[in-house]
Each structure stands twice: as structure tokens, then as C-alpha cells.
Ligand binder design. Structure first.
Ligand code: AMO
Length: 440
């Protein structure tokens, strides 16, 4: 069979390619096709104003005889671009065609252009599926996405390999009572609190690894810094000399993340009225005992317990911001009583090579050097009165030459919240799980 000499054209005319609202200025006086959501609508004496929102911003569209659907409907506009100083971005579109792609069948429970964090916070979470469409809400999540991208890029460039470890596990890694239990075909299982033990095992494979994944903490209390499911940015590296190497890495990583955010998220920071921190070439490092003395001496705050309390974290950050112009400070040399069994003990046995990183008033990271020798690990498990059998899947690997290693984890929501001045970590997560919330 021979092919016909010419195929009939499928479309008489090609549809215009889609233009994003942020690019209107490149199409002055031209016809464009926009697609997005009906952000707002007004009718002024027979002239309709439709504000269209797409992923890149807003565009004012003006026409007459338009039947505008309910706000949030997805729509398509074809029209001519005109400079207009009062319109968002300095241009508006004079509508020649208006199409509803998918009409909202019910008025949105939140008026998106007006809400922007003035609505009752619980309501914002109740209606997350629409509240996230708000410009500020989505800006926060976009910053987080770019932050995660920069995390990947920096670690890839330093020779790290991305790993993926189980979230259904047979034992907790971090100790404490905050494990979610799970019935695993009749056996007791848990949701992973941290990829800690697995990322260490993977150091034996790739030497330098990272993971970006949710982890689970059955925190009973509702605070502004605790989620029951959060995104953990985990790092682990082998062949270190001490935890100093690990802090050096996190220092470089944070520097890269802030450079990337400056380049990629300037509009989001402006919209949210937030400022990027400077990351000093060497973030200050202070041993925990000295930090406790400092907040007592400088602010008269006496810290109970073995760690810092939230007020001490806030005061220590205030001190370093005022005295050294840094929003970050590492707290080092935590006592064993305040660290898990895997933390590497200092000679003498009371302190460890564990550290925390504080940022703008709260802890965003824990990390440190780990025990890498089998005998030392088994002794530590006994010291902590843990059951070696339940940890056997983890301890086995230490019989096979694990190098000196260490790492850290950053809570993505805490970092995002502190970067953007968001008071509660729940608003730095799309669909937070907290003590009272399992939906949406
Ligand atoms: P840790 O338990 O300190 O350490 O957690 C590390 C970081 O995770 C964040 N984070 C949380 N964020 C929101 N809600 C929570 N409930 C919550 N709990 C912790 C904090 C914290 O600094 N395996 C170690 C890390 C390591 O040593 O590599 C660990 O999980 O930002």
C-alpha cells in the first residue's frame, strides 16, 4: 500500500502556546493565551475584571459580556496584552475569549485573596486544599522545595549518594516513648522516628549518604515546634576525624542553601517580608555547659535538665545575633544522658561528640560522631539498658569494619518556619499531622 500524498491537517490553526502571567511584559501588544485559577472577580458597570492566578503570579484580565464563574474555577483567557501601571506586574490583558476549563461548583470556604494568614489558623488547616492556593501559603512551600533542591545539589556536588530507607521498622532509633506502633501481619512494628541506623549502615556502602523523607514522632503534646510527621533532611559521612568535620559540612551546606534561595526565591522572601540569614564561614561553636552558663550569666536564666530548654535556646540565639551577628550557633559536647546510645562518647565517658544547631531561637539540627566499634556499641547499648536483640539488625554491621563516621538531620519545617518568620511549624508543611489532626 502506498501512503497518501498529503495528510489532511488535523487543526486548521495551531492553538497559541500558553503564556505564564510573569511573562506578560515580553508580549506587549500581542495576543496571548493564559490558563489559571480565577483568583478574584469584579463587575464595574458592565465591564468585568478577572484576576487570573497561575503558578507564576497574577494577571488582571478585562472584558465585557463575560460570565465569570465562581472564584477558584480553572479558566483560560485569550486576549491582548496592554501596559497598565496599576495592574499586577504592570500589564493587563484585554479579553477576546474566555473559557471555563473546570467550574468551581461551590464557593470556596476561604476567600483566597483576602485570607493570607489573617484567617483563624485552625481554619487555614481545616481547608488546606484551598488555603494552600493562597500566595503566601504557596510561597512558603515553594521556598521549602527550593531549600530541598539546594540540599540535594550541594550534597551531590560533595560526592554524596541519595538513599531510601524503610519507614516501617522493628525498633526505634532515637529512644523515648514517641514511637507509633503498627501491626505488621501480627508482629509489632513501628513507624521510623529517623533513618539514623540505616543511614549509618549505608555509610558502609557509599561512605557519604543523604536522605530526604518523612519521619514519625508520636509527640503527645501540641507545641509550635513539634509535628507528628515531618520532613527529615538526613546526612551521614564516613572517614571523619571528629564531629568537627560534620559541623564543617553543615556549615558549607547551609551557605549553599542560602545562596540558592537568594537566587531562586527573592520574590517569595519579599512577599513574606522575610530576610535571608548570613551564614558565617565558621558558625560559632559553644559547648553545652558553657552555653548554659552563658544564658545564666547574661540573662539570669537557669536551665533545668541536661539539655537547653526552649527559653535558653532563644536567649543563646539572641546573644549570638547581638554579639557576633549570626543567626546560627552550634552547641557541642552534649552529655550522654541527653543523647541516644549511638553517640560517640568522649574519653571519660560523660560527654559525647554530639551537637545541635540553633537557628533564630530554636534547634533545627541534631548530629554528631557515632560509635563505630562493635564492642563500644554493645557496651553503650547495655549502659542505656536497651535490648540488644531488638537492635541486632543494626549492630551486626559493626562487626564488619565500619569507619569513623557522623552526620546530622535538619527538620525541614523548622528551618523553613524560622527562615520565613512562620510562628508554628504546622504552617511550614502542606498537610500537617499533629496531636488533633489527621485530615485533610
Ligand atoms: P532529632 O531527634 O534531634 O535527631 O531530630 C533532628 C531534627 O529534626 C527536627 N525534629 C522535629 N521537627 C518537627 N517535629 C518534631 N516532632 C521533630 N523532632 C525533631 C528538629 C531536630 O533538630 N537521628 C538524629 C539526627 C542525627 O543525629 O543525625 C535525630 O533524629 O529540627
Amino acid at each position: 500500500m502506498t501512503a497518501p500524498e498529503s495528510q489532511p491537517a488535523q487543526h486548521a490553526t495551531q492553538p497559541l502556546p500558553r503564556t505564564l502571567t510573569r511573562d506578560l511584559g515580553q508580549h506587549d501588544a500581542q495576543t496571548v493565551r493564559l490558563q489559571g485559577f480565577l483568583h478574584a472577580r469584579r463587575d464595574l458597570g458592565g465591564v468585568q475584571f478577572a484576576v487570573l492566578r497561575d503558578v507564576s503570579g497574577l494577571a488582571q484580565c478585562v472584558g465585557s459580556g463575560l460570565h465569570l464563574p465562581l472564584p477558584e474555577s480553572s479558566v483560560e483567557v485569550v486576549g491582548t496584552v496592554r501596559a497598565h501601571p496599576k495592574a499586577p506586574g504592570g500589564y493587563e490583558v484585554q479579553v477576546s475569549e474566555f473559557r471555563v476549563l473546570s467550574a468551581a461548583v461551590q464557593a470556596s470556604p476561604l476567600e483566597i485573596p483576602k485570607m493570607e494568614w489573617n484567617v483563624n489558623p485552625e481554619t487555614m488547616l481545616d481547608y488546606r486544599y484551598v488555603s494552600l492556593r493562597g500566595l503566601k501559603e504557596r510561597a512558603a512551600l515553594r521556598v521549602q522545595a527550593e531549600l530541598v533542591r539546594a540540599f540535594h545539589q550541594h550534597l551531590d556536588a560533595e560526592g554524596f549518594t541519595e538513599i531510601s530507607t524503610p519507614k516501617i521498622v522493628s525498633a526505634g532509633a532515637e529512644g523515648g516513648a514517641n514511637l507509633f506502633k503498627l501491626d505488621y501481619f501480627g508482629e509489632q512494628a513501628y513507624l521510623a522516628q529517623s533513618p539514623q541506623l540505616y543511614k549509618q549502615i549505608m555509610v558502609g556502602v557509599f561512605e557519604r549518604v543523604y536522605e530526604v523523607a518523612p519521619v514519625y514522632r508520636a509527640e503527645e503534646h501540641a507545641t509550635s515546634r513539634h509535628l507528628n510527621e515531618y520532613l527529615s533532611l538526613d546526612v551521614e559521612m564516613g572517614f571523619i576525624d571528629s564531629e568537627e568535620d560534620v559541623m564543617d559540612l553543615e556549615n558549607r551546606l547551609l551557605g549553599s542553601i542560602m545562596v540558592h534561595l537568594k537566587q531562586s526565591c527573592a520574590a517569595e522572601f519579599t512577599l513574606l517580608g522575610a530576610t535571608l540569614p548570613d551564614v558565617l564561614p565558621r558558625i560559632p561553636r559553644i559547648p553545652l555547659m558553657e552555653a548554659r552558663e552563658l544564658v545564666n550569666r547574661e540573662y539570669g536564666h537557669v536551665v533545668g535538665g541536661k539539655d537547653l530548654d526552649p527559653e535558653a535556646e532563644r536567649l543563646l540565639c539572641q546573644y549570638y545575633a547581638e554579639k557576633e551577628g549570626t543567626d546560627f550557633v552550634f552547641v557541642t559536647r552534649y552529655p550522654r544522658a541527653a543523647r541516644p546510645f549511638y553517640a560517640y562518647p568522649e574519653p571519660g565517658g560523660e560527654l559525647t561528640r554530639g551537637f545541635d544547631l540553633l537557628f533564630r531561637g530554636i534547634e533545627i539540627t541534631s548530629g554528631g560522631q557515632r560509635i563505630n566499634e562493635y564492642e563500644m556499641l554493645m557496651t553503650s547499648i547495655a549502659d542505656y539498658k536497651l535490648n540488644p536483640e531488638s537492635l541486632a539488625g543494626y549492630t551486626e554491621v559493626f562487626k564488619y569494619g565500619m569507619p569513623p563516621h557522623g552526620g546530622f538531620a535538619i527538620g525541614a519545617e523548622r528551618l523553613t518556619a524560622r527562615l520565613l518568620g512562620i510562628a508554628n511549624v504546622r504552617y511550614a508543611r502542606a498537610f500537617p499531622r499533629d496531636r488533633n489532626r489527621l485530615t485533610p
